[in-house]
Write a protein that binds this ligand. Sequence first.
Ligand code: APR
Length: 261
Amino acid sequence: MDTGVRQLAELIAASEQIVAFTGAGVSTESGIPDFRSPGGVWDRYGPINYQDFLRDPESRRETWRRGLHTYPVVAAARPNPAHAALVELERLGKLRAVVTQNIDGLHQAAGHDPERVVELHGNAHGVRCLECSANFSRADVQRRVLEGEDEPACSACRGVLKPTSVSFGEPMPLEAVRRAEREARASDLCLVVGSSLVVFPAAYIPRYAIEAGAELAIVNATETPLDDVAAVVVRGRAGELLPEAVALARGLIRPLTNGSG
Ligand code: APR
């Protein structure tokens, strides 16, 4: 048993108001590449930023072209044991919220109360018209692209369509950001799973938790800028180590006894 796993289990057992903060690393074992590991998304594509998407039809066409390759991987992905371990924390009554940078919807698919999942960077499964705000499913719009529409327009008003994931330079959903900060500041443990913690403002969330007096635990395959202020760092695969820690924590929590005190 990795000592970090045991220490994490003890921290989880002692915490009642956990906020999980997740990044792409929690979904790599579901088959979705992360961004900054070797072979990750940014090794293959340059980011398309929001202003270019709005101004340049070629950026919009490139977005939909990329979606032909990237969206099927997200749509086919299923939650892995790391996602399930976080759902177990909710079932144990210990989880306030999952604040995620991910757009894959796997936390909701794993069984969390959707109200407890805060998506800072939106969601890849939706498409919205920038003119009339009509909503469409990403699968339907990608199908239109597959059938030859290289820049599908809104079927209601012919306006510009955009996936509901947040692009670089696009304002983050204000309510999600405010909710994430509130949850972090109310937590007694911020559990980072699978994030490089280098993208802001999202990466402020664990820092807000620390400022409010919460402990910090990090489960990540590689070093992060917050490792030296974390109470526990568990180095390795979240799909293997997080379930171990949660199972151990469950054993440490006094089993509820019916009335015998
Ligand atoms: N188990 C644990 N950690 C893992 C695993 C795994 N199975 N796989 C990858 N990791 C770690 C990597 O070592 C890396 O530190 O997860 C981290 C993922 O970091 P990034 O690829 O930078 O992803 P993320 O932190 O989510 O990026 C934040 O950047 O590009 C933007 O909008 C994008 O939401 C994303 C944001």
